[in-house]
Write a protein of this length. Sequence first.
Lengths: 608, 297
Amino acid sequence: MQATTSTHTEAAHSHEHHHDPGFLRSYVFSTDHKVIGIQYGFTALAFLFFGFLLMMCMRWQIAKPGVPIPIVGGMLEAMLGDVAKGGVMSPDLYNAFGAMHGTIMVFLAVVPLAFAAFGNYVVPLQIGAVDMAFPRVNMASYQCFAAGGVVMFVSFFIPGGAAQGGWTSYSPLASVIPTNGQTFWLIGMVLLITSSLLGAVNFIATVIQLRAPGLTWMRMPFFTWAQFVTAFILLLAFPPLEAAGILQLVDKVFGSSFFLPTGLVVSGKPYDVSGGGSPLLWQHLFWFLGHPEVYVLILPAMGVISEIIACNTRKPLWGYKSLVYSVLAVGFISFIVWAHHMYLTGMGTKISTFFQTTTMIISIPSVIILTCLFMSLWGGSIRFNTPMLFSLAFLPMFGIGGLTGLPLGFNFSDLHLHDSYYVIAHFHYVVAPGTIFALFAGIYFWYPKMTGRYMDETLGKIHFWLSLVGMNLVFMPMFFQGLYGMSRRMSDGGATYALTNPANEGVVTALTTTVMKLNVFVTHAAVLLLIAQVPFIINVFMSMFNGKKVESDNPWQATTLDWQTPTPPPHGNFTKEIVVYRGPYEYSVPGHPTDFTPQNAPEPKLAK
Amino acid sequence: MEIPYTVKPRPDTGLYNAKLGIWLFLASEVMLFGGLFSSYILLRVGADLWPHGMLSIPIGTFNTFVLIASSVTVVMSWASLKLGKLASFKLYMALTIACAFGFLGVKSYEYYVKFTHYDVWFKDDATAQKYFIAAYGEKGEADVRKQFVERFHLHNTKATYDPHEIQMAGHLQGNPLFASHKTLAKAKTEKIMFDPDPKFGSHDHPKAIEVLVSDVKRMSAYVPAHSTYFAIYFTITALHGLHVLGGALVLGYFLLTADKWWKKAPEQFANRIEVGGLFWHFVDLVWIFLFPIIYLL
């Protein structure tokens, strides 16, 4: 057989890196994983802030229903028209903001920041690779993401406004609202799903193919493990939602009935479609993504936290192997727990029991991960810098979020708590003081590597303490509101069902004045949380120019490969050949000259 | 520094990057089509009525063979490259792309036939009976209604069989695309000329009948809005068609740039064909599942 072995590609490519690629190629259409990571990071942070502002408008409406929103009310009326007449938020606008707050926070802010931004920047560095396996696919991933973001953002300004069916977009509700917001939402989602598909393929291929010589699986930093599992979840869980999105889009655009049952009546009239569809089908397809998505939100955060804890306690992670096996177990089990979101749909007690059981099982590896991280603190000489403070706060905050999930996982207690403020408090504890704290920690931690300068410690500590207090004041009261029976998604904050409403006189289940007053309290706390972010925003931009310069390429004296590069890493990342000789967390090894031994350091001669 | 393993396989995995990438992509595609096939099962199991025999099996079989043939030729084209025969590669690749467009052409014809074929539901049983007798005569009317039961599996034994839910199938005069009771109402049409289909198993077309629009409860071409059966049929086959089109365009690009690539990087070029071929086999495989569940079952 005539083999075609001769290849000229090496020669053809060797000149590529020497010429200056120009502004567009370096910053907008870059194929460098670090630039793409930073693009993702800034876009996601902007959406995070935007989603937060949507929430601030809603919080005002909850605390003071029908009162014009101060400062932005007039702006909303000017931009959006009648839905914000006189600066007052209409129920339609509240629904749109609610749906988009959820969508933006999950799909455009936290996942892109946790997975795409940190993953892109750090994973190739941590495995000693020159770039991702498919740099141009990586660029396409960001471009799809940006396009999806634009579609979502534009939907606010179309006639009728953005999607109003909640971030879960349950049919028939989402399908029969006669505006085009939902269509935009679906097109936006298809773009975002395409983006995460391209990203996930790239991450997995990179981790499998491009690990440096000697970097065996069990020498891989936990952060990379977490990202690797996350990529698998995205790869396999997102497509069913894409299928669901396509079906709902066909329902919306071509008038089919995938999710519309026979005999559907809308606004008192039989709805003119063929019928025969299944609303439950949407919920199954949605939550088949929706629940693994929770682990997409949390696993990268745990990865960030474990890097920071190992480095700032100056000792190895406790139970590295247990962590790795647990994260794999979480990844697998996350695919068979989805219907615990659907106990109240009447799918039957046998199925509920199955999903209740798997839900309890998945809490085991999750608790192992958290326990390992707690145990890692034991006996460490802890440095209390800003990234470490955020990481330390993550542990109990995520603990609260996780443990309050158990009553929701049991179907008997879920009957009472379902769709109440308790649910909101539960998952916000997981994502806000949980994941978002981890992301802040990550930003403070890797910022010196990205820019060559530290972020300001004083501003960082102000940011941390105010955020910690603010988060708890916002979300803790919601547990009590929910236990008391306050439903979520009410555009007047429950005023209709309050005891103060004369219509509810003598109704024992009406919401008491105490519960209603918590609405106002939480809104004040949310303002505090908003103020708490000001030092962070100042810090990110100021420190680029005024921050203290790093003393070396490894300012935290860390062991993993991401710190063994020049600062900031150049195109191609490493200036020397990388060979890995040891595990990821060799801190304070007795007999070694320093209290950290980088993964690429050959075995030192032991002191005699 | 270069990204390693773009052409040569990594020793411990035995794969070059793109080959791993395409397998991962296909895993994701399995989940995408898996979601749609699951939806098909759930909709069908939950349906009172599920149409049967709405699609032409000979045409579907022909198209199945076209796709299978293209799978063979795409392997032959890759094998030709590995043997260093560029001319034979070009021939096989051209055949593959011809098969792809042949498949899409046949599919488009099938779509067109459906888009101009109509069902009419009448406002009540008496009206329906009047029109059925006008079209098929006193004797034929009962036959046609029996056919309905045969053509539409009555899956759910508990489903009540509502006699005026029987629709009349046929063509509108002038063969318009995508008309419906809504477009008729919008255009303020008062009556339509309707060519009813021949009785099942016969080729004698009944005479065209005049139908008053006020007697029509619902009219739909065979489009996604017709029923969940057509909705899932069009959605899955259209998505599959897009995959065929996308694959054909990429393979076409490989064919057009073959000379350049063959000179520049023959081994990488052969890898590209292999990866494109893997995708092509997957697209075929989806059809192998689609054909029985939509045409035969």
